[in-house]
Design a protein. Structure first.
Length: 504
């Protein structure tokens, strides 16, 4: 028995790599679920009639809850066993998928997505920490993390294509039912192939720390989201921020006092650890923001069918796979500092291209932007995961893995919340509603571009066309500004990574 980590079974070489395939399947499923809904948003708008705010919550409640619980669930996996928690979480993920598929209204769908986030939080930390148990050799582990990272980033990029294929033939709930056969395969193969491992001296699982981390993440992110949407003047926005910030501060102080903390916040004193977490966070903000607004742009502005829109975003998926697989080689030849900084710069440049996209822009510009964003994100996230995992002691692999995946999911949530709120706010502020439009119809059109498409159908043809033209112009304008702001964030993150990873 190891003094740092208890591993109850040691699989053979062939079973280790097949076990890695099971872990990649798990993380890809969770990543796909974060973005698969993007192409279904127009269909959900037509069927469930959510408000603009509800539509944003349908998109990001999953990632908010997942991000808030990842550290807690990562620490729990160190205590009860990583394989056990992975299999329990997979079962719960299937049950929540059924609830989401048949949600009768927007409130039910938001709740189901939040429950999916709870289940997803039990899956993600176990996948990366089990890799450490399966591959103790540094070089093999770097390759394995590269494959795992390709699965995670490709899953996020593949989500729209999967959604497009399903929506071409079925109703929007089918994007959740897809999870069930994949989860059944995961449960069978995972129980057979994966080793069990956990911290031999885990200590107690501090419930107050769990509550503080969840309340802090959700409170701060909610406040940022509402402020970006132009609701800063409402009292509850600063109140949510103050309460969230206070909860996070109390969480940090509590971790410093506990003999066995839920998260060893001292890890952030390591500049490699901090640079990796920051890079992962900002990369996912960029990727999820691009997927959120480009999926609507392709369908509601360009008129693409869901499947065609998913195919149009395919370069991002291909780039994510290639980037993840090349990361270990790039890091060995150029060094972690140059690779992480270069990846963030390339991603920022790719997103900046979307600031010059118009309603009739050629696909070449879009394809180049998708390819650059996907490839760079694959490199950044895979390298960040490796840096985070190797900076932590082996017996804290679950909690350290959770930091990387919290950055992943928090980035996904913030990308939808911040970028989506900027697009929505600018869209509502610049949409010129034709004179003579009924006030109720005008209000519906200002909620979202999906609402404008629906409202135009109830107007006389000439008036409807004027409303649609104005809605497309306003949406593209908001998308352009949001892309430039997201690109600036990536460039600032590249500068921070370059500074933090300097030789000391």
């Amino acid at each position: 028995m190891s003094t740092t980590s208890t591993t109850l079974t040691r699989p053979t070489d062939s079973r280790r790599w097949i076990g890695l395939a099971v872990l990649v399947l798990a993380v890809s499923l969770v990543a796909i679920d974060a973005t698969v809904l993007s192409l279904a948003l127009p269909s959900i708008s037509e069927t469930l009639h959510p408000s603009g705010t509800q539509l944003l919550w349908i998109g990001d409640s999953y990632s908010f809850v997942l991000a808030g619980l990842l550290v807690s669930m990562g620490a729990l996996s160190d205590r009860i066993g990583r394989k056990k928690l992975l299999l329990l979480g997979s079962t719960a993920f299937g049950a929540a998928s059924l609830l989401a598929a048949y949600a009768p209204g927007p409130g039910w769908l938001i709740m189901a997505r939040a429950l999916l986030g709870v289940a997803g939080a039990t899956i993600m930390p176990s996948t990366l920490s089990l890799i450490r148990s399966l591959f103790p050799d540094d070089r093999e582990r770097a390759t394995a993390i590269g494959i795992w990272g390709a699965g995670a980033t490709a899953g996020a990029a593949l989500g729209p294509l999967v959604g497009g294929v399903l929506l071409e033939h079925f109703w929007w709930g089918s994007v959740f039912l897809l999870n069930l056969p994949v989860l059944a395969l995961l449960l069978v193969l995972g129980a057979w192939l994966l080793p069990e491992s956990k911290d031999p001296n885990p200590g107690s699982w501090d419930v107050l720390s769990v509550v503080l981390s969840l309340a802090g993440v959700i409170g701060v992110v909610y406040a940022i989201k509402e402020a970006a949407a132009g609701h800063l003047g409402h009292w509850y926005v600063p109140a949510a921020f103050v309460l969230g910030a206070a909860a996070l501060t109390a969480f940090v102080h509590r971790q410093l006092r506990l003999p066995t903390p839920l998260l060893d916040v001292r890890l952030f004193r390591n500049p490699r650890f901090t640079a990796a977490a920051l890079g992962s966070l900002t990369a996912l903000i960029g990727l999820s923001g691009v997927i959120f607004f480009m999926s609507q742009y392709l369908q509601l502005v360009r008129g693409y069918a869901p499947l065609a829109a998913g195919i149009a975003e395919l370069p991002a998926f291909a780039g994510a796979v290639v980037g993840g697989l090349l990361t270990a080689r790039l890091a060995r030849s150029a060094g972690a500092r140059a690779t992480l900084t270069g990846g963030l710069l390339a991603m920022g440049a790719g997103i900046a291209l979307l600031g010059w996209v118009h309603e009739d822009s050629g696909y070449l510009l879009l394809g180049i932007a998708f390819l650059a964003v996907g490839t760079a994100e694959g490199v950044v996230y895979t390298l960040a995961a490796d840096l985070v995992l190797t900076a932590a002691p082996a017996d804290k692999a679950g909690a350290a893995s959770a930091v990387s995946e919290t950055a992943y999911e928090l980035g996904t949530a913030l990308g939808i919340a911040l970028v989506g709120s900027v697009v929505t706010s600018i869209y509502a502020g610049t949409l010129a509603v034709p004179a003579g439009t009924d006030p109720a119809v005008a209000a519906q059109a200002k909620e979202s571009i999906g609402g404008a498409v629906e409202a135009a159908g109830a107007l006389p043809p000439q008036l409807g066309e004027q409303l649609l033209a104005g809605a497309r112009d306003a949406f593209v304008h908001g998308m352009n500004i949001a892309a430039v702001l997201a690109a600036a964030l990536l460039l600032a993150s590249a500068g921070a990574a370059y500074y933090l990873l300097r030789r000391r």
